[in-house]
Design a protein around this ligand. Structure first.
Ligand code: PAF
Length: 285
């Protein structure tokens, strides 16, 4: 059965207040719509652990770096609701824009440190937009648990930090990246790739895996990075915005995975900006 679509905060609050009174655990899956199997895996994780699940769909203008990118973002509400139907979620919150940013809205939530590198450095203002909207969605839904994909690793760390710093009583749960058979991480942006682009995008993951394996065998990132960048260039990736090895918790740059580490990349293919990251096995001392 289709879940009710709520567009007003008052309606959401009426629903969540009843659930809270009944002592039920609420899970939220924040999305911008254009749902794919990656999102649906978050919904399944939320359903398995929570009594009530709210999926939010809001294309947040504050986190886009250009009006063109915002305009091009896919909006597929009907199809999204149909994809959610088999999961039996309790509400789909698709707030009218003024329910998130009412007239005179003047507050920005900004998380320093974690956001100075990679996505934060390449997309000025992006993470302030994410932190601001996610803080609002956490507070509006009054959820106990929030589900985020590891694909947006830096975002997941940022919202965890933000909730902790602001004492928002919510636990952020990170869920594994869901991949196409080629290894390409699922993303709403993939639907903008041509068939040929999709095939070439599939080469990103094997390159990352190879680098991770060599790092685990003791090679240094500095030695491996040039050939990896060349392999990505040969697959058609242009403008590699970052290709970094970083500590999994602090995002400090590393040359060897002497602590839990991630390999993270952002690059353009066919006019589409793709990001991905994988865990790198830690070197034994
Ligand atoms: O990952 C996304 O889809 C968005 O950044 C989020 C978390 C829904 C905030 O707008």
């Amino acid at each position: 059965m289709s879940a009710p679509i709520l567009r007003k905060l008052a309606d959401l609050r009426a629903a969540t207040a009843g659930w809270k009174r009944a002592g039920e655990r609420i899970g939220v899956v924040p999305t911008m719509g254009a749902l794919h199997d990656g999102h649906l895996s978050l919904v399944a994780a939320a359903k398995a652990a929570c009594d009530r699940v709210v999926v939010t769909i809001f294309v947040n203008p504050k986190q886009f770096n250009s009006p063109e990118d915002l305009a091009k973002y896919p909006r597929t509400e009907e199809a999204d609701a149909a994809k959610l139907a088999p999961y039996g979620v309790d509400a789909i919150y698709v707030p009218d824009p003024d329910q998130i940013y009412p007239e005179g809205f003047a507050t920005t939530v900004s998380v320093s440190g974690l956001t100075d590198v990679m996505e934060g450095a390449c997309r000025p203002g992006h993470f302030d937009g994410v932190a601001t909207v996610v803080a609002k969605l956490f507070l509006q839904t009054a959820a106990d648990r929030a589900y985020f994909g590891e694909k947006d690793y830096q975002q997941m760390m940022l919202v965890t930090r933000m909730a902790r710093d602001l004492d928002i009583p919510i636990t952020v749960i990170g869920c594994p990246t869901v991949r196409e058979p080629s290894g390409l991480a699922m993303s709403s942006r993939n639907m903008r790739l041509s068939a040929d682009g999709l095939e070439r995008a599939g080469r990103l993951y094997p390159v990352m895996r190879q680098v991770a394996e060599k790092l685990a065998a003791g090679a240094s990132f500095g030695d491996l990075a040039p050939a990896a960048r060349e392999a990505l260039g040969a697959a058609g990736f242009v403008d590699i915005e970052y290709f970094d090895l970083r500590a999994a918790d602090s995002l400090r740059a590393l040359d060897r995975p002497t602590e839990p580490a991630r390999l993270l990349v952002a690059a353009w293919l066919d006019g589409v900006r793709l990001i991905d990251n994988i865990a790198v096995p830690q070197l034994n001392d």
